[in-house]
Design a protein around this ligand. Structure first.
Ligand SMILES: *Cc1c(COP(=O)(O)O)cnc(C)c1O
Length: 426
């Protein structure tokens, strides 16, 4: 039975049988018992499905991952200990030393560092392109060794919207998949697979958990990318894995299962980074209300953006749902029901005025976090980027007067009133 996104948020992934727990049980066990060594051997050979060690798989995690796969419209999913781990695994699963990635330059800072610096040390190069680059610029970014394209549906903190169809067409024309980080919209507001994305990643730490309670990540496979049709580019999926007696993932698990099975049985085995079952349980509590919460986050974000856009003490506003925003048209296409609760804006009067604005806030708390139930606010120039001069900030793409405001679930009017009184003091 096909159901709405609302019903999938509440009931997806876990369907208890007669007399079984209604809520997903927390399987707080590192190991699983078997009657014969032979049975266990079949698990280790990937010949039989089942659990043997929680570093690779755990029933609680699998139920929650299955819900996220249903929400995104994918065939398989896995949870990771953080969004960073999800990003790393999604790329490293198909791109090894000597490989190359094309990425949108509008990225989360941690993702930028991973692709530009840490993966470079592992021999993986990355070419960054502006999300609004020309077709020629995008085409020229590819190399013979390119393995994937990476972008964020709504970039954190730039708040630009990725033209998913355009990037998917370019990736597919070059025989590689598109990976999209869908953290900010969540599948309630956008499902990138419906627009051609092949792999979707999440920092579940943000809206999915939604309560600032548990760090986590997720990877979803659409099951659409044909690895065998591009076998020479993806030897890890299309040639024998000697660490599992020579199985070929793309043959044995097919399009729908190869990517996640390889990421679980190789990368999780070797790097760890599993999400704890406790955190997966908390994540699921968040998912059960995700559809309800996202509508409120988006409504407050839009209302605040509209209020700020006409305020004399506000120099500029970026919010993809705001008419006239550079990403407005793309948001109308990909996110017609709402974008997210994060608004960024510049305070007239520069860095010092922005600091006075922050000091004047009552409801909004100063935090580096975004996207949870309690409204939070960040002025990068006086916190995460405080060592930089104004000119260095501009070069880094962070305006000295820029404030990032993450609307929580408090009353919309209260949030606007809080911003209004803090602006009066700025
Ligand atoms: C926070 C964030 C990440 C990293 O996730 P963690 O859970 O903090 O590791 C990745 N992508 C985006 C868009 C984010 O906002």
């Amino acid at each position: 039975m096909s159901t709405s996104i609302d019903t999938r948020c509440v009931q997806g992934g876990y369907r208890p049988g007669n007399g079984e727990p209604r809520q997903i049980p927390i399987v707080q066990s590192t190991t699983f018992k078997y009657d014969t060594g032979e049975h266990m051997g079949r698990l280790f050979d990937l010949e039989a499905g089942g659990y043997f060690y929680t570093r690779l798989q755990n029933p609680t995690n699998d139920a929650v991952a299955a819900k996220i796969a249903e929400l995104e419209g994918g065939t398989a999913a896995m949870l990771t200990s953080s969004g960073q781990a999800a990003t790393f695994f999604s790329v490293f699963n198909i791109c090894e030393a000597g490989g190359h990635v094309v990425a949108s330059s509008a990225l989360y800072g941690g993702t930028y560092n991973l692709l530009a610096h840490t993966m470079a040390k592992m021999g993986i190069a990355c070419t960054f392109v502006a999300p609004d680059c020309t077709a020629e610029e995008l085409d020229e970014a590819f190399r013979p060794n390119t393995a994937c394209v990476f972008g964020e549906t709504i970039a954190n903190p730039a708040l630009t919207v990725l033209d998913i169809e355009r990037f998917a067409h370019a990736a597919h024309a070059h025989g590689v998949p598109l990976i999209v980080d869908n953290t900010f919209p969540t599948p309630v507001m956008c499902r990138p697979i419906e627009w051609g994305a092949d792999i979707v990643t999440h920092s579940t730490t943000k809206y999915m958990d939604g309560h600032g309670a548990a760090v986590g990540g997720a990877i979803v496979d659409s099951g659409n990318f044909d690895w065998m049709a591009h076998a020479d580019r993806f030897p890890g999926l299309t040639t024998p894995d000697e660490s599992y007696h020579g199985i070929v993932y793309a043959e044995k698990f097919g399009r729908g299962g190869a990517f996640i099975t390889k990421a679980t049985s190789q990368l999780m085995r070797d790097f760890g980074s599993i999400q704890s079952p406790q955190n997966a349980f908390l994540l699921n509590l968040g998912l059960e209300s995700l559809h309800v919460r996202m509508r409120q986050h988006c409504a407050s974000g839009l209302a605040l953006a509209r209020f700020l856009s006409t305020h004399p003490k506000v120099a500029w506003v970026r919010y993809p749902g705001l008419f006239g925003d550079p990403s407005y048209e793309l948001a109308q296409k990909y996110l017609p029901d709402g974008t997210c609760g994060v608004v960024s804006f510049g305070i007239a009067g520069g860095r010092a005025a922005a600091e006075r604005f922050m000091a004047g806030l009552g409801i909004a708390a100063i935090e580096t976090h975004v996207a949870d139930a309690r409204t939070c606010c960040l002025h990068p120039a006086s916190s995460t980027h405080r060592q930089m001069s104004d000119s260095e900030l501009v070069a880094a793409g962070v305006a000295p007067n820029m404030v990032r405001f993450s609307c929580g679930l408090e009353g919309t009017d209260d949030l606007i009133a809080d911003a209004a009184q803090a602006l009066a003091r700025a």
